[in-house]
Every structure is written in C-alpha cells, then in structure tokens.
Design a protein around this ligand. Structure first.
Ligand SMILES: *Cc1c(COP(=O)(O)O)cnc(C)c1O
Length: 452
C-alpha cells in the first residue's frame, strides 16, 4: 500500500515554484517559508485535504501567509445595534481627533515642554483648561482609563483609611471589573452601608468615624434598580460629606457632555451636572459617551486634583501624547454642541433619526438583491451600550439576511473587513444604528463576499 504522504512535495521544492516565489514580494522570505512549512504539515495531518497541483499549493500557501500577516487587531463593522460596544473598541474617533493623532505622532511635540518658557513642562496641562471650561470643574487631570482614575483618586484620598460606599453601588462594570475589587486595590478600606435596594443618608452619617477618608458614589451605569428602592443622590451625598468634613468621590462613568433628552435619551447626568452636584472629585471615561479616546478623566477641586497629580501612582497610570491629542480635539468640538452632535461619531449615531436608517437599510437590501443576495429590512431596537442609558431602546433598522444565520455570521466575521451582527429570530440582523453611512458600501461588499 502506498502512503499518500510520500507524494507530498518538500518545503524546498515548494519554495522554488513560481507561484510561491511570487509571494516573496508580499512578505519576507522567512515568513513565506513558515507558511510553506505550515501547509506541508497540514497536508501531512489531513492528506485528504492536501493540495493536488502547483496552483492549489500556491493558493493554500498564499492563504496561510495572509492569515499570518493579518494583525489580530483589525477594523470591523459594528452591526450589533449596540453603539458603545466595549468588545469592539467603544467610541470611534471624530475626524478631528484622528487628524490630531496623526499630526502629533509624526514628529516631536510639546508633550512635556513649556514652549513659552523654554523649560520642562507637564503633560497634565494639555486638556485641563478645556475640561474645566466645558464642565465647570476647578481643575482636571487625565489618566489611562476610568478604572485607573478611580484607583488613583481613592489611593490619593484614602490609602490605608476608610471609604464609605453603598451596597447598592458595589457593581460589576463588565469584563472582570468589579467596583469593590478595584477599590480594595487602591489601599482604601471599604465600609459598606445600606442594602442592595435601599441606602439612606443616615446610613452614611452613622458610618462616619475619624477613620473615614471619603464617601464614594458609583453611578449605576449598566443596570437600573426598580421597585422598593431608595438612595442618596450625589448632591445630597456631597452635602453630607461636607458636613462630615470628608470629600465625596463620584464615579459617574459615562462622560456624557451634553444633554441628549431632545433625542429621547433621558436620565443620565452630564459631566457638568456631576461637577455642579458638588462632588470633590468626579471620575469618568473618555471613550464612552464623550466619544473620545480611551482615557480616565478626573475633575474636581484644585487642591485635590493637585494631590492626585503629585501621587507617584499617577506616573504609572499616565496617558500618552496620542490620547491627549485625540482627547483635546474631541473636547474642542463640544464648544459648539450642535457641532459635537454632528462630528462626534457616537453622538451622530445615537441621534440619527430612525427614518434615515430605514432608508439606508432599504437601499442596502436593494443593492444586495441586485447582486443576488436575498435580504429584507427589519425595524429593530438598538441600545447605547458602554454603561449608560441602560434601559434606553432606540428605534433602529437592520438588514436581515436570508439563509443559515450561524453560518453567515461566521462567514461575515471571517471576511477581509469583518462584520459583527446579531442573530435574532433565527436570522442574521445587520443593525445600521452603529454603522456610519460611509461604511454602507463596505457592508454590501462584505455581505456579497460572505454569501459567495
Ligand atoms: C465604564 C465605567 C467604569 C470603567 O471605565 P473604563 O474607562 O472602562 O476604565 C468605571 N465606573 C463606571 C461607573 C463606569 O460606567
């Protein structure tokens, strides 16, 4: 009996074939050789699937090479209907922010250089005044993300001392981020008060001792509590903290900068509200509803923000120049709120009228039909995601593809420009709420490729 493995070409022979040699233009020779070895090894393990001629070997090797060259971090189309999707990188950046990144990335910058004085400067100045102007805070500092901001603020205020927090606010934000764990890592001792559903001002008052360093409020970003509930709103908590002679630290999460109630999104405080409510320090994310880069923003009283900046931990949690450039450019858009709603992609996506999405869905379905792909439009409900407006349902429209939903979903995720949709009622839905209009043409191409 002949062993089919005997018939396999050697790595050396394959490397000399014209089709394979041509690949050397696409990648270094060593990488091509690795792809060839991988192809031969695969053929040895599964002889039945082994290429049977020169062209098939070249195609197999080219595919393996492409997979090796492809970064794991790739752009995707978010057709999930969840606008701020943490797994999909949260906020896409405004064009102005992308330009600012490119400009600063290309060369040197005044990151820590005071151009007026010609001396060493501080990276902490770059977004501070704009943040103060837009939120009414006395001072501000930017760090790596909101979790870092919370740890840094707590460590500054309460290392080795007590912080009081309601049991109704010891929440899980997602992806292994639990507020009590993060708080414990800061060195602060947690003093829990109240119950899951009800916490009263007296609970805080009774818990205050000489060991108390701060009171913490954590915004319920990703769930709502209904029924027999009571809690102490930030303004009242601030007054209470004042009376006890301790600061109030408010983790408000979303970074919402303007009131979205004209678009039906109600009930979330803005950063200005959070500051006006009187917390000594407010922490929030840069890449949720603010629509900027990943960052943690700390707003508050001059002396406390200064203490945060001087904390040695601030050095470990600092942001880089690209983040500062992008954040500054994003914040500038908020000087004209109408402009922010138009130019900050997250806000544009959240405020687009459902009718416009319906028209786009119909147009996409028509283009797909013209290319032989069966699809229909469906009215859907999108969500904000990313820890804000947890119960808001935003009217939206999707293109639903006919056919095996699980298989289509897989094929779309495997494509050159991966598309992430959602399966509902047995169909693959591509929700347009979080797809920018300029991406429609790419969506059509990706679907046609997946259905080919
Ligand atoms: C999202 C969120 C965080 C975590 O923010 P990151 O920027 O992901 O670190 C912390 N607190 C609240 C209330 C949040 O909503």
């Amino acid at each position: 009996m002949t062993d089919p493995r005997r018939a396999l070409p050697s790595v050396h022979v394959l490397l000399e074939q014209d089709g394979v040699r041509a690949l050397a233009e696409r990648a270094p020779r060593g990488v091509v050789a690795d792809a060839v070895r991988e192809a031969v090894a695969a053929a040895r393990t599964e002889p039945a699937l082994a290429p049977t001629n020169e062209a098939a070997w070249a195609a197999d090797i080219a595919a393996r090479l492409a997979a090796r060259e492809r970064p794991t971090l790739q752009p995707v189309l978010n057709a999930t209907g969840v606008v701020l999707h943490t797994n999909l990188g949260r906020a896409p950046l405004a064009a102005a922010a992308i330009d600012a990144i490119a400009e600063v990335a290309r060369g040197f910058s005044s990151l820590e250089y005071d151009l007026a004085a010609g001396t060493r400067g501080s990276r902490h100045v770059h977004c501070a005044s704009l943040l103060c102007e837009l939120t009414g805070a006395e001072d501000a500092v930017v760090v790596n993300n909101c979790a870092a901001a919370l740890v840094l603020a707590l460590n500054t205020l309460a290392d080795g001392r007590d912080v009081i927090v309601s049991r109704g606010e010891l929440v899980e934000i997602g992806g292994s981020f639990r507020v009590p764990d993060i708080m414990a890592k800061s060195g602060a001792r947690l003093v829990e008060v109240g119950t899951t559903n009800r916490t009263h001002a007296d609970d805080y008052r009774r818990a205050c001792t000489p060991q108390t360093a701060a009171i913490v409020k954590v915004h319920r970003s990703n769930f709502t509590l209904d029924g027999f509930v009571a809690d102490v709103p930030p303004r009242e908590a601030a007054a209470l903290a004042d009376a006890a002679g301790v600061p109030l630290l408010h983790d408000f999460g979303s970074g919402l900068m303007i009131d979205l109630s004209p678009w039906g999104l109600r009930g979330e405080p803005t950063a200005r509200d959070a500051v006006a409510d009187g917390a000594s320090l407010v922490v929030m994310s840069g890449d949720k509803l603010l629509g900027g880069p990943q960052a943690g923003i700390i707003l508050g009283r001059t002396a406390l923000v200064e203490a945060v900046r001087r904390n040695p931990l601030a050095r470990a949690l600092r942001v880089d120049k690209l983040t500062l450039a992008a954040l500054h450019a994003t914040l500038r858009l908020y000087r004209e709120p109408e402009r922010a709603v138009r130019d900050v992609p997250v806000l544009a996506m959240l405020t687009t009228p459902a009718d416009a999405l319906g028209a786009r869905a119909a147009h996409i379905a028509m283009q797909l039909a013209a290319r032989g792909v069966a699809a229909r439009t469906v009215a859907t409900e999108a969500t904000v995601g990313g820890g804000a407006f947890p119960s808001a349902r935003i009217a939206s429209h999707a293109v639903a593809l006919e056919g095996d939903a699980t298989r289509l979903d897989q094929r779309l995720r495997d494509g050159a420009l991966p598309v992430v949709g959602r399966i509902a009622d047995g169909a693959l839905m591509l929700d347009l709420r979080a797809v920018a209009p300029r991406q429609d043409v790419h969506l059509v191409d990706a679907v046609c490729e997946a259905c080919a």
